[in-house]
Design a protein around this ligand. Structure first.
Ligand code: PAN
Ligand code: ZN
Length: 191
């Protein structure tokens, strides 16, 4: 019998989802990086381009593209609107289309839009504790429909990759807008 030293965890995740430690990075998305994402171009143009829309903490223990690895992240979508449309992430498919992902709600409230390549779309309500399995071949976007930060955890394969181009070109087939203080999901005809 012999003893091994017990190591400390390489990173910590606090109750609010914040990740600190080894190989953790922090990304920020300002409004100016979301050109073409929101429908109301006039409202977009009237806003401060440096408005903070969302942030992502993530830990990458392996390099992007490594088969068999996992990435772990926390997204923070700030409350706000462009015109009547709520703040949201850019949204993406995974490059490797079959890659699935888990999301879970930590704080705040919002919607997860899930769209297949056929354009067929559905929305799941995100609240603290909600768990969301995002299957392969499904693009995903988080929308903050509340008045506080929407914090969502995520875990995805390190070789999934992100395809933003398909969304930039075709968008999502639904938008989430504030109608009389309540979120309404408006779908394009035929979706
Ligand atoms: C998440 C997202 C994060 C930001 O970690 O990358 O919520 O959204 P966008 O990547 O669409 O800007 C994830 O889905 N990773 O695969
Ligand atoms: Zn993803």
């Amino acid at each position: 019998m012999y003893q091994i030293m017990v190591e400390q965890a390489k990173a910590v995740v606090n109750a609010g989802g914040g990740i600190r430690g080894e190989k953790v990075s922090h990304g920020i998305k300002y409004l100016e990086q979301l050109q073409g994402v929101f429908e109301d171009r006039e409202a977009f143009g009237a806003m401060d381009p440096k408005t903070l829309v969302y942030e992502v903490d993530s830990q990458a223990m392996v390099s992007e593209g490594t088969a068999g690895g996992l990435f772990f992240g926390t997204s923070y979508i700030h409350p706000g609107q462009v015109g009547n449309e709520y703040f949201m992430t850019k949204g993406h498919y995974h490059n490797r289309r079959e890659s699935a992902e888990y999301y879970w709600g930590i704080e705040g409230s919002g919607l997860l839009l899930l769209m297949e390549e056929s354009g067929s779309i559905r929305a799941e309500q995100v609240i603290p504790g909600s768990l969301h399995y995002i299957p392969g071949n499904t693009s995903h976007r988080l929308v903050n429909t509340g008045t506080t930060v929407l914090t969502v955890g995520a875990c995805w394969p390190s070789d999934a990759g992100h395809d933003y181009k398909s969304i930039e070109e075709n968008g999502f087939t639904a938008r989430v807008v504030n109608v009389d203080g309540k979120p309404v999901v408006l779908c394009k005809e035929g979706s």
